[in-house]
Ligand binder design. Structure first.
Ligand SMILES: [Zn+2]
Ligand SMILES: [Zn+2]
Length: 468
């Protein structure tokens, strides 16, 4: 399966196979010579992290970059360390490649959905409850005791700060104690500690901080720290926020012979290891959200009418309804911007479309000209919408074949509707209402069905070309 990935450092959209992404993310985050069962844990976690973002699983894709499932901007789409995609794929350790193959399609789920597989370097004795780190309770992120990482000695566990450094880093003002050697009142106060010795919150210089905030701002290894008044030695136990899987602990567990399923189950409470559902060949559009827009409802002053009295809005609506059936039968979630003959203004149609967070938007309308000479099919997409352009190509191919129409061209435009809809969007001008032959085709229910079938076929080919 190929994913559309936005390379943040290059402002470039590329297609990358999901296995390659998992390999790169894993190689970036774990030690090269980790134990195989630990590597399996991690590749399953990386696959889960990707699955969670994919629209196939109800994820949102990357909200910043049109048509992309994920981006590599730090902290935007993926919580995990993002690898440099330039590193040659041959440099990925063999052990990681093997683990990806051996755990093919496996992801971690909770109540049927991919979990958010948090991990940290070393918990120092116990992992954390989610509410203490990210503020909300997540059932599978419960505190578990981890005796496995305790014998591993950390570098950098001690850090020294002067009063002035603390003031500037935490943006506080400390009233200097008269005797700095003994008195710590007014500097570190109201320290709240959980049973495992992690600092939940504390006041520094009169300002309240969460333990995790202090850890992040002062770049400490963990929230389990002690301090000494003289030079402010901050001494940490463990490394990281303590949520989810403990990397060092899991490495030890693998070393003593535990399997990846047991390790994952140990750190993530109540989860299951599931097969990742791939788009099935008989339901090629599974998980896709598509909005169809039948232009020109009743009362639209721009609605075209043929010499025989055929109304454009009715034709558009019939084709959109037929198309909805075809798409839904093949697994897509389909919404129409109007459900009856009533006309809806453009801004409202864009609003309806955006509320559905679609993958693609297709507006169906008919063309007119001042005399009856012009005939054929035109397709429009917004400028720089490359996905829209690709889809337009498939649409032109199928429609001109099925309707035996002239290919009048695919054009880049700045139409309001195509601009406002926040996904790849195309507008089809199927045929000319003002041309007698085109109008005769449009009047035929059989041709209307053919038009719907052609659009469906084009959408399917468009997705298949993406690797599904
Ligand atoms: Zn993103
Ligand atoms: Zn641990």
């Amino acid at each position: 399966m190929l994913l559309n990935v936005f390379l943040w450092n290059k402002s470039l959209k590329v297609k990358v196979h999901i296995d390659e992404l998992i390999e790169r993310i894993s190689a970036y985050n774990i030690k090269e010579n980790s134990y195989p069962e630990m590597v399996k844990c991690f590749v399953i976690m990386a696959r889960t992290e990707l699955a969670r973002k994919m629209k196939l699983y109800g994820g949102s894709g990357c909200g910043k970059n049109k048509g992309c499932e994920i981006c590599t901007e730090p902290g935007h789409c993926l919580e995990y360390g993002i690898p440099n995609m330039d590193i040659p794929i041959e440099n990925i350790p063999l052990g990681i490649k093997e683990a990806v193959k051996e755990t093919k399609n496996k992801i971690i789920t909770f109540e049927g959905k991919p979990i958010k597989p948090y991990f940290h370097y070393k918990c120092g004795g116990a992992t954390e409850n989610s509410e203490n780190v990210i503020g909300n309770k997540i059932t599978y992120l419960r505190k578990v005791f981890c005796k496995y990482c305790s014998n591993v000695e950390d570098k950098d566990k001690d850090k020294f700060f002067t009063l002035e450094e603390l003031e500037s880093m935490l943006n506080i003002k400390i009233t200097k104690p008269e005797n700095e050697y003994y008195n710590i009142n007014g500097i570190f106060e109201k320290v709240e500690v959980d049973e495992e010795g992690r600092i939940k919150s504390m006041n520094v210089g009169g300002k309240k901080f969460k333990g995790t905030e202090i850890m992040n701002i002062l770049n400490l290894n963990s929230t389990r720290f002690n301090y000494m008044p003289v030079r402010f030695l901050i001494s940490c136990i463990g490394k990281g926020h303590g949520l989810g899987l403990c990397l060092i602990g899991s490495e030890k567990m693998a070393e003593i012979g535990m399997g990846h399923t047991d390790i994952l189950n140990y750190y993530y409470t109540g989860i299951e290891i599931d097969e990742m559902q791939l788009p099935e060949s008989d339901k090629p559009l599974k998980g896709r959200i598509i909005v169809l827009d039948a232009a020109s409802g009743l009362g639209d002053i721009n609605e075209a009418e043929s010499v025989t009295g055929l109304k454009e809005g009715e034709v558009n609506f019939f084709i959109a309804s037929e198309l909805r059936k075809l798409l839904s039968d093949n697994g897509a979630k389909v919404f129409l911007t109007r459900e009856n003959e009533e006309h809806i203004v453009l801004s409202k149609r864009a609003e309806i479309a955006n509320s559905k967070k679609p993958d693609i938007f297709i507006s169906i309308s008919q063309n007119t000209f001042q005399n009856e000479t012009a005939s054929g099919t035109e397709i429009y997409h917004y400028r720089e919408d490359n996905e829209g352009k690709e889809l337009s190509g498939f649409l032109m191919e199928e429609l001109s074949k099925q309707l035996k129409s002239n290919r009048r061209g695919i054009r880049e435009v700045e139409f309001y509707l195509l601009r406002e809809v926040r996904c790849s969007a195309v507008l089809i001008e199927l045929l000319y209402m003002t041309n007698p032959i085109d109008a005769e085709k449009l009047a035929s229910p059989n041709m209307q069905k053919k038009a719907a079938a052609a659009i469906y076929e084009a959408i399917k080919k468009y997705y298949m070309a993406q690797g599904y």
